[in-house]
Structures are given as C-alpha cells and as structure tokens.
Design a protein around this ligand. Structure first.
Ligand SMILES: [Zn+2]
Length: 510
C-alpha cells in the first residue's frame, strides 16, 4: 500500500488510476483514503507512511534559505461522535483529516506552511514557502533522521475507532434509561460518546524522527431538572487517553447516576452569600482552577514576553510552603497525557512550584531556545494547520499531609466547592472569576445547604499564598479542551482536598 504515497508521475498515476475507474483518476492520491469508505480501524490506514527519505528531502528544502531549524509534522486523524437527546439517537458522525505542517525557525521568527495534499509536488511547495522566513547565504546541513523509541502513557487496548456506532449506542441508551428512572423530576438526559484517533510523525533537522498514535475517548452524561421555578443541571463523564475496554454498561450506569445525583442535589440550592469566606476545594474536581489561574501564567511565551504575572519570579516564593504544582504529561491514561509533544520531545513531569517556590516554566522549542532553557515536552499544536505553542498537559497541585476531615472541620463558616466550572482569567494579572456548578455552605465544619450562583473572584498569585491546608488525597480527573491563541488542546488537571483561607465570593445575598 505504501506505493501510493511515493511521488507518482502524473501520467503514470492517471494510467494506473483509469484501470480502476475514472473517478479515482480525478482525485489526488490521498483523498482515496480519506473520502472513500475508511477502514474500520484507523491503525491500518497507510496514508501517513511518508518515507524517511521523503521527509529528509522536505527538511532539506525547508532549510534552503539558511533557516536554523526545520521540522515536518505529519498527521492523520479520525474523529467519531454519537449523541443521544430527547430519547433518541440524535446524531452520529465521523470525520477524517490529514495533512502536513512544515516549520522553519530562524531567530525569533517562525515560517509555517501546511498542506492537506500529500503529493510530493505540493509538499515541496509547502517546504519552500516555510523556508522563506530566512534569507542567509550559509545553508545548514540537516542531521540524518534516526527513529527514537518512546514509552507509552496511554491505556489503550481496543481502539474506540474499531467499535461500530451501534455498540457505542448501547452505552448511551443505558445512561438514558438510568437517568429517566433515577427521579421523576428529571426531564432531560443528554449522553454522548466521542473519540479521536490521531497518528503523527515528527521529523526535524536535528535528526529526530518519532511516531505516535494518540487516542482520546469521552463518555458524557448531562442531566437537566426543572421543577416549578427551580432548575438545576448535573453532569459527569469519564475520559482520557483510554481505549474502548474502559467503557461498558456498568460504567455508563455509574456516570449517569453521578450526573443525576448532582442535578437532584442542586435543585433546592439557595443563592450564595457574597463576601469574603474560607473555601474548601473537593479532591479531583477543582484542578481547572490551577490550570487556568496559575498554569497559563507559567507557560514560557508569556514569561519571555514578560506578559505573565510570574515572568520575574523564578527562584522566588510565590505560594505558601505547603503548595507544590506540577505539569505532568506522563500520568497513565489521563486526558492530557502524551508520549511525545508535537515537536517530538518526550513527555515529562515538570515541577513548576516546589514548596512555595517557583522553580520552572513550561517550554516549547522556540521559547526554550530563546530563553536558553531546556525542553520540557510542552510544545503542542491543535493540528497540522497550527504551529506549536507552550501548552500544559495534566496540571495538578501535589498532595499534602492534612487530613481531609480536619480540613473541613477547621471551617466555621465557608464554602465547599465540590466542582469548579468555567471561568475567566487574565493571564497578565492572574485575576479570575470562576463559576461553581456544585457548591455548598460549610457551617461549623459540616457541609450543609447547596448553593447556586457562587462566583469565585480574586487573583491566582493571591490564592497561592492563601492555601493553608492540603490533603493527601490527590486525584487527577477528567479535564477538557484548553483554548489558547485559537488552538484547542486536550488537558487534564487535579488537586487534593485543600483549604484557601479567604477568597471573594460573588453571590446574590449580601
Ligand atoms: Zn487553559
């Protein structure tokens, strides 16, 4: 099959194609794979088997005007979704994308071009476009490509892409019936299963040649309850770099029950009080806070450009002594885990804050080079159409030693944040506003009434100093798609039970 991807002279291709039918002859080679019925398992697709020699040629062309560094990124991805709404399978879809991105670095400048046509002629033009970022007389000779072996942090035995939609639909129906039976007040159950399966090849002028197959799957249940003038929502999901063997009817039932529990618990919620209160964050469900309010400000592009509130804080105390923060792309099966980043750097665990002290930043290749820092495996891109940026993987607050029960008992009046929701963060100042889709009042060390309309307000650097208790029960759960400069990327996060001594709550009641 590999022969399809070698450059075939057009005349010869037409001749070969016509014997198979006129339609084939009118399509560029790669489209035969992406638009005709795809194989049931994308692993067998030969489309991205561009040979090493071809990639070496492209790197050479990309360096022809004296660029310092050149890289070719090849991607083939298949995405599947199936939804259930209003007691019926509402839709199912499958999308295939494929292309090559070529990047040339020269000083602070990046030349980037991409093509979704994999003919050698088009790829050559793409490399030429990227090469023009440099205009030097001296041309660098690239190092010959050598494949590197990488460990695997994914938990995938059965590719979700090999499962027919009818089978995935059984999970959706199970969750739907659990939701409908759970409580008569439930009047909306939405369920979905989605997976993306991506094969990438990265080759560069330093001689790196690495391949990775990245699988992401997600099963999501969302419940709505309307009773009189009260309404509430619950949701739960399972996701990660997980194969289909991690999903079955029992999992569907557990996820559905968790979503129902939340929706019913929040139905009688009263308006949250406004003012300054201590808060307790529940283990596992509040990591988004650390990702959004802290992690983004430790990405090296903002550090280099001095637009981050932490740009001059390396080696300095930025948090309480019991707070340590990591970004770790090697957590088995987590949504943000990667074997290599999208520049071919092996994934790693980077401690960013160590016992209160800022010790490191998250680097991609360009910023590492300009700041003379080491690579941390955080150069990530959404697809072949995008160049890499420093991005997080799985970001979490490390475990501490305080008993979670003692943490709760220590609060006379405060807010228990069971889950943190969406937010708004200014990465320059670190100021944030987060919603809390599930939160409760704490009275005399006990969780009491559910509260609605809780908004956490403050600044990331301020909260870091006010973390006064941290439990040992770290959990890294779920996650989402992080957006930065128009690029979405899967991430996860986590936290142990913890207490922040004071935070401003924007609520309805004063
Ligand atoms: Zn983010």
């Amino acid at each position: 099959m590999k022969k399809y991807l070698k450059p075939i002279p057009r005349r010869k291709f037409l001749k070969t194609g016509i014997t198979g039918g006129a339609i084939i002859a009118t399509l560029p080679v790669w489209k035969l794979f992406s638009f005709s019925a795809p194989p049931s398992d994308f692993h067998v697709n030969p489309a991205v088997n561009l040979s090493k020699e071809t990639l070496e040629k492209l790197i050479k062309i990309a360096l022809q005007h004296g660029g310092e560094f050149a890289e070719v990124y090849v991607e083939y991805s298949v995405g599947n979704q199936i939804f259930l709404e209003e007691n019926k399978i509402y839709g199912a879809g499958r999308g295939v994308d494929m292309g090559v991105g070529i990047r040339v670095l020269h000083g602070e400048k990046t030349g980037y071009a991409y093509s979704d046509d994999l003919s050698f002629e088009k790829l050559k033009q793409t490399a030429e476009v990227a090469s023009h970022i440099a205009a030097e007389k001296e041309v660098k000779e690239p190092v010959g490509l050598k494949s590197s072996k990488i460990p695997s942090y994914y938990l995938v035995k059965v590719s979700p892409d090999s499962i027919v939609p009818q089978d995935k639909a059984k999970l959706l129906w199970k969750a739907n019936s659990i939701g409908r039976e759970y409580d008569k007040k439930i009047n909306q159950v939405n369920v979905s299963f989605s997976d993306t399966n991506k094969k990438i090849i990265i080759a560069n002028s330093d001689g790196i040649w690495v391949e990775d197959v990245q699988t992401l799957s997600r099963f999501l249940v969302s419940i709505n309850v309307i009773k009189g003038d009260k309404r509430s929502r619950g949701y739960a999901y399972k996701d990660g770099t997980l194969g289909y063997e991690h999903y079955d009817l029992k999992v569907a039932e557990e996820i559905a029950k968790d979503a129902c529990r939340m929706a019913i618990a929040m139905l009688p919620a009263e308006s949250a009080p406004a003012g300054e209160y201590p808060i307790v964050m529940a283990k596992g469900h509040c990591g988004t806070f650390f990702h959004e309010a802290i992690g983004h400000s430790l990405e090296s592009d903002g550090i280099r450009k001095k637009t981050s509130c932490f740009w001059d804080k390396k080696g300095k105390e930025i948090a309480s002594k019991i707070s340590s923060l990591a970004d770790d792309g090697t957590v088995l099966g987590a949504r943000g885990s990667i074997n290599v980043d999208d520049e071919g750097t092996p994934s790693q665990n980077t401690i960013l804050i160590d016992k209160g002290k800022c010790v490191d930043f998250l680097n991609d290749r360009l910023n590492a080079k300009l700041m003379k820092a080491k690579l941390t495996g955080n150069g990530r891109r959404e697809s072949y159409q995008h160049y890499p940026l420093p991005r997080m993987t799985n970001t979490y607050l490390l475990a501490g030693e305080d008993d979670p029960e003692d943490i709760l008992k220590s609060v006379k009046k405060g807010i228990y944040v069971a889950r943190i929701g969406g937010g708004n963060v200014n990465w320059v100042t670190g100021r944030f506003v987060f919603s809390v889709p599930e939160g409760y009042l704490i009275e005399d060390g006990k969780i009491t009434k559910p509260l609605k309309g809780i908004q956490l307000m403050g600044s990331g650097p301020e909260v870091l100093k006010n973390i006064v208790m941290v439990g040992p029960d770290l959990e890294i759960l779920g996650g989402g798609t992080c957006g930065k400069d128009g690029q979405g990327k899967p991430v996860s996060d986590g936290n142990p039970t913890l207490k922040v001594s004071k935070i401003t709550i924007g609520g309805a009641k004063v």
